[in-house]
Ligand binder design. Sequence first.
Ligand SMILES: C[S@@+](CC[C@H](N)C(=O)[O-])C[C@H]1O[C@@H](n2cnc3c(N)ncnc32)[C@H](O)[C@@H]1O
Length: 190
Amino acid sequence: MVERARRDGERLGAAPVGTGTGAALRVIAAMLRARHVIEIGTGAGTSGAWLLDGMPSDGVLTTIDVEPEHASRARRTFAEAGIPPQRTRVITGRALDVLPRLNDGAYDLVHVDADTEGYPEYAEHGIRLLRPGGVLALENMLWHDTVADPASRDATTVLLRDLGKSLRDDERLASALLPVGGGLLVAVRR
Ligand SMILES: C[S@@+](CC[C@H](N)C(=O)[O-])C[C@H]1O[C@@H](n2cnc3c(N)ncnc32)[C@H](O)[C@@H]1O
């Protein structure tokens, strides 16, 4: 099922998380016993399926994607995985239109895997949305390994490098950059 979702994600141009990242997300969701999770960047639902697998059986994933076609493929992924419909809320819309409507401090885990230009604002919303002890998880923070190379200065690399530094130094967080997939930055809300 996850394999089919992955293939459809590739076909739709919504690069799915790999197995290592999916497994890491599942472990984080399980460690937190995360009952309230937000995801920015649903794609075909691969990462959502991993998250739901780690969450308790009454946990609810709210996942946001701007592309209606991706959202409907993700709904099918979740149905094929046997996930009861009340456990997922798939919202079609721009993340920055949806996030301000969500409640402060109400979520255990926020997963970000969408347009990189939006990451600084998604991270700030994520910090606002998390309860103390909740986790912010951002994909692709090594950006094809260019972030660690000071000679690489393209706009996306610089944006992600600066964001990584600012999250590392943020006193509201304790963070680590895990070398899994494209680089998974995890940060616990103190
Ligand atoms: C890398 S894919 C997500 C893959 C997904 N996490 C998975 O593992 O299957 C990025 C997704 O972000 C969505 N996206 C891009 N910009 C967005 C925005 N401003 N708001 C919401 N979603 C956005 C794209 O439509 C795409 O489906």
